[in-house]
Ligand binder design. Structure first.
Ligand code: ADP
Ligand code: ZN
Ligand code: ZN
Length: 688
């Protein structure tokens, strides 16, 4: 009798074994999907991990119903990568399976039929080639890539050669190149080299930076060799790319977001991780809580491919790895065409408020500068890290503040839709005209969101054409691209937005950038707050003055004397890195130790507090002073679930498997108690 161990797209740990009927045996191998009975009456698609003859003991064995795929839809190495992800990030193989495959490939339809409602696929989606068994070799090296891209500048050429030299001794190289130094041009040359050698390239980008600006630039050089893998594409479009990568003529280059590390590459030679410092490379929810940059590095190591991490503001982890020799390090310290870095002017908001000179979120200096820039026909970017209109509504009589009934957060007023909204669960409600607590009608809006900034600019500059870019205005990829396109074409004068405006965009005519409130970034209760604030401010500053003249950045803050502000002004990455590393070493934070956060969620506040205390004590018995907590995250209740955290700090020398085993055991013991059985306990490894 033959048996198949299969994985199901569920969070239950372990594999499931089914009997493989004789007539199906010639038709299946590992990596194929089959239809299996699951649960009382249901059937589901499952992926075969291995076939064997060992009869399973003590289970009520069921048989596979039918075979879905005539050929494997995932490759051998993918299964072992999935297993590594499940082990390292402490989740089930089923959860990785769920994250890895586009939905139609999990549902068990042999052929993904396009639904009528699906929009036309974009030009870059070529429908899958019929699988040719004649065994022809992929046609890649016959048309050598002749880059329609400009020659490299001397500084770029030096960096390009240095990267190749580093790769002779190390797989991973970090390119630390300031904004607008022409990193993308270097990538293009390296990509051309790789595909000339018949290799595939993965170009990994954070979601938000994957704009047509970049894909147009790459497509101009690489044309039809390029496939784009984006979470905003439809399931059938993503399935088409998956199938094409399995065909004898896959794309040579995949430009994609986080989940593209799961695609079936057959001859990967180069991985580029652009904007490697971006925290959106780490998946938060649901599991697997993986870091795509780190998975890509592992993937590349297995395929003996080279990795280039590129950024103007490296993550401290990557910079640490580069400084300690684990990665190569190449710097690019001049902007292309010797465009000067912008001048940064610090504005002391505290003093201006005291003198009553602020006009809302705007200092008089900023308004003057905006007036000048608009008069010259140039463009402005305003960065405010809050969306909505007001961040808080407050009764001036009794101090009442409307909160979300399901989460521990104040509701944000959105004027355009006339609602109060919860940014955590999406709950919305009418804007009250009276305080429900004291019946008073003196309700005040405090805090400035991007909507309110937009309104205020209209008041100050009625003639200016304004666009707002935040989560609310960019629900579709189309809307996002339109805003960027209009701004690039000069159809908009002022772009106001959240951190979306800080990301790798290249606009020629922007001469003023303002950071309206640096303080919201500085006051986060997180050991990475300053690293992030520096990255965000440097990145947004990098949008200014990319061409003819030196740009101006206005940095409004209540704390102009913080060392961080001086470091941003001087663009002194090494200074902030060095000072933060001292603190991290002293207080034992990454990269000197590893963090695992144990998250605990429950509906009842009494139960959760008891459970969190008990979990902490159990963990302290094993890990001693490496255990911190329990504590509450900044938002300690979301969607009616209370949240507590226990933090585990482990030195890099501790064997991970043992650590994980202990954690699983503690969880199992806790959940076995009747009182805690409905709790949710999960792990976030290397949290960001
Ligand atoms: P980065 O990725 O480092 O921010 P980019 O690659 O976007 O920088 O380059 C900044 C600008 O300079 C772009 O408009 C790009 O077209 C231009 N540029 C960079 N390198 C060259 C080059 N070698 N020849 C011509 N233009 C270049
Ligand atoms: Zn009141
Ligand atoms: Zn809520």
């Amino acid at each position: 009798m033959r048996y198949a161990d299969v994985v199901l797209p569920v969070a239950v740990p372990g594999l499931f074994t089914y009997a493989l009927p004789e007539d199906l045996q010639p038709h299946v191998q590992a990596g194929c999907r089959v239809l299996v009975p699951f649960g009382a009456k249901k059937t589901t698609a499952a992926l075969i991990v291995r076939l064997h003859d060992t009869e399973p003991q003590g289970i009520n064995l069921k048989a596979i119903i039918s075979v879905i795929d005539p050929k494997p839809i995932i490759l051998d190495w993918q299964l072992s990568l999935w297993q590594w992800i499940a082990d390292y990030y402490m989740c089930t193989l089923g959860e990785v399976y769920k994250a890895a495959l586009p939905a139609p490939l999990k549902k068990g339809k042999a052929e993904s039929r396009r639904r009528r409602t699906d929009p036309e696929p974009p030009a870059d989606v070529v429908l899958p080639m019929p699988i040719d068994a004649t065994g022809s070799t992929p046609q890649t090296a016959d048309t050598p890539a002749t880059p329609a891209s400009p020659p490299l500048s001397p500084a770029q050429q030096t960096a390009y050669e240095a990267i190749n030299t580093e790769w002779q001794s190390r797989n991973v190289c970090l390119l630390h190149g300031i904004t607008s130094s022409g990193k993308t041009e270097i990538y293009i040359h390296l990509i051309a080299d790789a595909i000339a050698q018949g290799q595939q390239v993965l170009y990994l980008l954070p979601e938000i930076v994957l704009t047509s600006q970049l894909t147009d630039r790459l497509r101009a050089v690489f044309g039809q060799r390029l496939g784009v893998y984006h979470s905003k594409y439809t399931d059938s479009q993503r399935t088409a790319i998956w199938q094409r990568q399995l065909s004898p003529e896959p794309y040579d280059i995949i430009v994609g977001v986080r989940s593209s590390v799961f695609l079936p590459f057959s001859r990967l030679g180069l991985v580029i991780v652009d904007e490697e410092h971006e925290t959106t490379f780490k998946q938060q929810d649901p599991a697997p809580r993986y870091h795509a940059r780190n998975v890509a590095i592992l993937l590349a190591a297995r395929m003996r491919a080279h990795v280039l991490l590129g950024t103007a503001t490296p993550s401290f982890e990557s910079y640490f790895n580069a400084r300690t020799g684990k990665y190569g390090l190449v710097r690019l310290t001049e902007r292309y065409g010797n465009v000067r870095l912008p001048r940064i002017e610090v504005v002391n908001v505290k003093e201006l408020r005291r003198k009553r000179l602020m006009e809302g979120a705007f200092s008089p200096q900023l308004l003057d500068a905006m007036r000048d820039v608009l008069a010259r026909g140039e463009q402005i970017i305003l960065f405010q890290n809050r969306r909505g209109f007001a961040t808080q509504t407050e009764c001036r009589t009794c101090g009442w503040v409307p909160h979300c009934p399901h989460c521990d957060v104040a509701l944000t007023l959105h004027k355009r839709i006339h609602r109060l909204t919860c940014h955590y669960c999406g709950f919305t409600t009418d804007i009250p005209t009276r305080c429900p607590n004291c019946e008073g009608d003196d309700l005040r809006q405090t805090g400035f969101g991007t909507e309110r900034i937009e309104d205020d600019i209209h008041t100050h500059f009625p003639e200016a054409r304004i666009a707002r870019m935040d989560l609310d205005t960019t629900r579709s990829r189309q809307a996002y691209e339109t805003i960027i396109h209009d701004f690039a074409q000069g159809r908009t004068d002022i772009l106001v937005g959240t951190q979306m405006v800080t990301k790798g965009l290249d606009f020629e005519n922007v001469s003023l950038v303002a950071i309206l409130a640096a303080d919201t970034m500085l006051n986060q209760p997180d050991f990475r707050a300053w690293e992030r604030a520096f990255q965000m401010m440097s990145q947004v500053a990098g949008r200014a003055g990319r061409r003819q003249r030196q740009g101006l950045v206005m940095l409004q803050t209540y704390a102009p004397d913080l060392p961080l502000i001086a470091q941003v002004v001087a663009n002194d990455y090494d200074a902030i890195y060095t000072s933060q590393m001292l603190e991290r070493r002293q207080y034992a934070f990454p990269p000197f130790i590893r963090l695992i956060i144990i998250y605990i969620k429950h509906r009842s506040q009494t139960v959760i507090d008891q459970l969190a205390r008990e979990a902490t004590i159990d963990l302290q018995h094993i890990f001693g002073s490496r255990v911190l907590g329990p504590d509450e995250p900044p938002v300690a209740r979301v969607q009616s679930l209370y949240i507590r955290r226990v933090i585990l700090k482990i030195e890099p020398t501790l064997p991970l498997t043992q650590v994980h085993d202990h954690l699983y055991k503690v969880r199992q013991t806790l959940l076995a108690q009747h009182l805690y059985s409905s709790a949710n306990i999960y792990f976030d490894v290397d949290p960001l």
